[in-house]
Design a protein around this ligand. Structure first.
Ligand SMILES: [Zn+2]
Ligand SMILES: [Zn+2]
Length: 422
């Protein structure tokens, strides 16, 4: 389904020269892939060096260090520092929470570093910091539970082996999985505090992803959240409330989902949701249209494109230009959905689609329009987005999700449930 989150083991080798030595480059590429900054198949890309440079820049931006695109000492230091094993850049998580407020948890395996009573007490306190702000109840159980906690070392058969002391401290899956693993090669409560790591990982188990806000518990690096004691950062509070505070939640009709700087940005009406926060579109992008409910949005090269009626607005580096869709793209607006797939724009309208390729002439081949049934999608879609790492095109219509896999050319269908309620 749309929100499932799978851990995948990646390996990376390449043969081009790099500014750092080969081994350092390979290690850095592996880390970038592991945390979602770089595509697993980056070596097959025509612009491999650009792809790596851009990934390094996104990594630097997230970590809050100098953004020069080089695997420099800051990057190497950051990559070696202890952190959570959950990727920073998620490929298809949107918003996910448990559909119930009362959850059980179980500590399924023991730590070799701390006694069971101590562990049980720490885990309890780590759950409690979240329940201060939302109406959630956690009950420890001896049986297999909603949330199952393990201490593991090395390879533990989930595709994400632990790595000995330091570096990865733990990892967790988002709802509905309830899986939380700690690396028991850490010197728990001596060099690394279990409480802080547990509180962070529980954030993931409850549905939060990594925050770029320094000082928040959900920042991925331990050195930045190790001083956390009792109270959540406002960023964590906003995040958890957006998931579980029913009074603040409203179900939205999503018009567009766009991946911006590695985070899914969800547009609905005149507003958008990103990083747990709802903002007005016009506060970020100056759009002049009186029908935002029908607007469709895509990211394209260095610009944002807002399609409304027969026209579209292009915003690039603060410059706004309005044009006619037909003049530029050869398709008459309005369109149902637009998505950027590897630099090409796919337009969907009724039962047809067109692919606009800026590097070909004509930019829309005369074999288009083609039938939307190529993707096994229904006509008149609500919105479409692309998950690059999994190479899946996701279409949404009437609370149903259609996931088209480009590799297998098959589609899987699931119900949307309440993921767009926030
Ligand atoms: Zn994390
Ligand atoms: Zn694991």
């Amino acid at each position: 389904m749309l929100l499932t989150f799978t851990l995948v083991l990646f390996t990376a080798h390449h043969s081009l020269s790099a500014p750092t030595n080969q081994k350092e480059f390979d290690n850095a590429a592996k880390t970038l892939i592991k945390y979602g900054y770089l595509d697993n198949n980056y070596r097959n890309s025509e612009n491999m060096e650009d792809a790596v440079k851009e990934a390094v820049m996104r990594y630097q931006e997230f970590a809050g260090i100098e953004m020069n695109g080089n695997i420099d000492d800051n990057v190497k230091m950051m990559m070696a520092s202890p952190r959570c094993g959950v990727p920073d850049v998620l490929n298809y998580k949107a918003i996910t929470s448990w559909p119930k407020n009362s959850l059980t948890y179980s500590i399924r395996s023991k730590s070799n570093k701390l006694n069971s009573g101590e562990v049980s007490h720490i885990i309890r306190s780590a759950f409690d910091i979240w329940t201060k702000y939302v109406d959630l109840k956690f009950t420890e159980s001896a049986r297999y539970s909603d949330i199952n906690i393990h201490f593991f070392t090395g390879d533990h058969a989930d595709g994400s082996p632990f790595d000995g002391p330091g570096s990865v401290l733990g990892h967790a899956l988002f709802p509905p999985y309830g899986i939380l693993h700690f690396d028991d090669d850490e010197d728990w409560n001596r060099s690394i505090q279990l409480f802080q790591v547990a509180a962070h990982e529980i954030g993931h188990v409850l549905g939060l992803d990594h925050s770029t806000v320094k000082g928040s518990l959900m920042f991925p690096y331990y050195n930045r959240f190790k001083d956390f004691t009792q109270d959540l950062h406002q960023d964590d509070i906003d995040g958890i409330r957006s998931l579980y505070d029913e009074n603040q939640k409203k179900c939205r009709s999503v018009t567009s989902i766009v991946l911006l700087s590695g985070k899914y940005t969800i547009f609905f009406g005149a507003e958008y949701y990103r990083n747990g926060v709802i903002k007005k579109i016009i506060d970020t992008w100056p759009i002049a249209t009186n029908n935002m409910n029908k607007m469709r949005i895509s990211q394209y090269e260095d610009s944002m494109l807002f399609f409304h009626g027969l026209n579209y607005t292009k915003i690039e580096n603060g410059t706004t230009v309005q044009r006619v869709i037909k003049t530029q793209f050869g398709i008459s607006g309005p369109v149902d959905a637009v998505v950027n797939i590897k630099g090409r724009l796919y337009f969907f309208k009724s039962g047809q689609y067109w692919v606009f390729n800026p590097n070909k002439y004509p930019r829309i081949a005369n074999t288009y329009p083609k039938s939307i049934s190529d993707f096994k999608f229904p006509a008149d879609l609500d919105t479409v987005y692309y998950n690059e790492n999994r190479n899946i095109l996701v279409a949404i219509k009437n609370n149903k999700v259609y996931m088209y896999n480009f590799m297998t050319k098959s589609v899987s269908i699931s119900n949307l449930a309440n993921i767009f309620c926030f």
